[in-house]
Design a protein around this ligand. Structure first.
Ligand SMILES: [Zn+2]
Length: 314
């Protein structure tokens, strides 16, 4: 008798477990999302929550223009439901080849699982004066648009729409998470704008190594007067370096901003010669220990700038 009761109890428990699994599978979908950069992965995580798994191919400390296309990426892409790229040819040197070889038609351009995150973003420097033939790596305008937090919202909306397309029954979940992200981002934006003014960053003349920062400059009112690279992706000749130092002195430049994947020796020498503070700013999530997520990225940048400008108010 006792054995029979136990058996019945076990059978009932198994049935409940099976129903539970079945119910969960019906209630939500787990989509596999692959992004080119960690900024896109962070935003996708904000919107997709636990209804997605997400992984970035590039690491935050890598120059996103130049990433080694590893064979292991093909396996990840083959199984992906959604692929999100920055677009504007940022990844033109490595992503199209991967998509062509991944044997997954869903995530190719035009497929239901392909997202160009730049859709709807106002692209700067898109006048087409400099072409790729001149060595320029920004032939379709400046692709570093995620560095204006307001563009982060456009990216998030693109991600939300794509997730809704793939998992329509989960749409309320994605919309709720988008709304929560939007309110956190808008509150943080107010805080960063105030800090930019308090630090004297708003209205400050700056020089940057690569043209990574025009969107950041537009968001917070910096005036980028020149670059260490004469053209995006083209290293400077000695004559340009000397002209830059002279210009930085004449224009009273307040800050030299450098991306972590460039050798800091030359920019450090330029900053010293011009008597200007230099900061190595993380341009992406994961490019510094504090830049753990999309909103933390801007907090990390402001913390570094605050320190370089002599403490400032926090
Ligand atoms: Zn670039």
């Amino acid at each position: 008798m006792r054995d029979r009761t136990k058996r019945l109890a076990r059978a009932a428990a198994a049935a409940v477990l099976a129903l539970g699994c079945f119910g969960a599978a019906n209630a939500e979908t787990t989509l596999s999302v692959i992004t080119t950069t960690p900024d896109l992965a962070s935003i996708a995580r904000e919107i997709g929550g636990d209804h997605i798994t997400v992984e970035s191919l590039a690491k935050g400390y890598q120059d996103p223009h130049f990433v080694d296309a590893k064979p292991s990426y093909l396996l990840k892409l083959r199984k992906a439901d959604l692929f999100i790229e920055v677009g504007r040819d940022l990844e033109v040197g490595w992503a199209p080849g991967l998509l062509n070889n991944a044997r997954n038609a869903r995530i190719r351009p035009g497929g239901p699982g392909f997202v160009d995150a730049s859709t709807g973003v106002s692209i700067l420097e898109a006048d087409g004066r400099v072409g790729r033939e001149a060595g320029d790596v920004h032939p379709l305008g400046n692709p570093h648009y995620w560095l204006n937090p307001e563009n982060g919202l456009t990216i998030a909306a693109n991600v939300r729409d794509a997730l809704e397309r793939l998992a329509p029954t989960d749409a309320p979940y994605f919309r709720e998470r988008y709304a929560a992200f939007e309110s956190r981002l808008k509150a943080a934006m107010e805080r960063w704008k105030k800090e930019a003014v308090a630090l004297g960053l708003t209205g400050m003349k700056v020089v940057t190594y690569h043209r990574s920062w025009p969107y950041f400059a537009a968001a917070f009112g910096l005036d980028v007067v020149d670059y260490v690279e004469p053209r995006p992706g083209v290293p400077p000749a000695p004559r340009h370096v000397q002209q830059l130092i002279d210009l930085m002195k004449a224009q009273k430049v307040g800050l030299l901003i450098v991306e972590p994947y460039f050798d800091p020796k030359l920019p450090a020498r330029i900053a010293q010669s011009a008597g200007v503070a230099m900061v190595v700013l993380p341009p992406s999530v994961g490019a510094s220990p504090a830049a753990t997520g999309y909103l933390d990225l801007f907090d990390a940048q402001f913390a570094i700038i605050r320190k370089a400008l002599g403490g400032g108010k926090s």
